[in-house]
Design a protein around this ligand. Sequence first.
Ligand SMILES: NC(=O)c1ccc[n+]([C@@H]2O[C@H](COP(=O)([O-])OP(=O)(O)OC[C@H]3O[C@@H](n4cnc5c(N)ncnc54)[C@H](OP(=O)(O)O)[C@@H]3O)[C@@H](O)[C@H]2O)c1
Length: 262
Amino acid sequence: MRILVTGAAGLVGRALVARGAGTMLAATRADGDVTDPTVRERLLDRHLPDAVIFCAAFTAVDRAGDRGESDRAWAVNVTAPGEWARRVPTWWLSSNFVYSTPGPHGPSERPSPVGAYATQKAAGEDSVLRNGGHVCRVGWVYGPRGKTFGSTLVQRLVAGETVSAIADVLVQPTLSTHLAASLMQLPVGISHHIGCETASWFGFALAVQARVGRGRVVPVRLVDLRLPTPRPRDARLTPATLPGWRAGVDELLRGEASAGRL
Ligand SMILES: NC(=O)c1ccc[n+]([C@@H]2O[C@H](COP(=O)([O-])OP(=O)(O)OC[C@H]3O[C@@H](n4cnc5c(N)ncnc54)[C@H](OP(=O)(O)O)[C@@H]3O)[C@@H](O)[C@H]2O)c1
């Protein structure tokens, strides 16, 4: 089966391409803007995929509603996934942030988005499903060299820094390689792909610090970060079937060590 991954240079896209070597075909930003129908048709003609895992997205949560950014964000987060789904069997990644009420949330529970990014992800779900595509909800993904808390944490601790970590939000950290393996099953309809162990980022960071043996971790409250966009305090998903974050951290640190970054 030929699977085309858009957003293939991003955190999840990279993991999919690495995991599915030989099966996964990669489209990165350098191959064009996926919101452009001409680019879409060129990619489909070139790769002739049986399926697409659509990872291209505007993921800067706090900028998705900004004037000057929101049209671009809506185009890639809502309009384009629907158009791709109409054209080719498409699996699109949504977010646990579509929920603002306390979790855990099952796949059939209606989204309750708050803020521009969450609203775009909920609208993206509708757009994809209406056009015959499939929705894979994920959350709190970390992996090597990503733009996520989990990924930068290791490097900052190794450098001996003090890292602040949120202590009053429930998270289900999910390693990108574990997520990739799950997404490659291409489940139909709406599915959840999330690690089976719950923590706070503070608890997660303390465990990483204990393994790294350097740096320091201090707790902060969500409210202290004064983030422009509200974050859900408990957007846990169920069923949580992917490996837990303790195993994930071990795997991440082994990878960092073998790459000479530890
Ligand atoms: N990471 C998480 O914790 C998390 C949590 C919940 C949901 N998700 C969802 O999972 C999916 C993948 O996330 P990710 O963490 O892998 O994101 P990411 O690291 O930000 O990667 C997204 C990729 O898409 C590319 N892209 C953006 N707009 C594009 C466009 N118009 N045309 C072509 N390429 C474009 C980006 O390129 P540039 O860098 O050049 O913009 C980037 O390489 C997203 O739908 C996200 O909402 C992720």
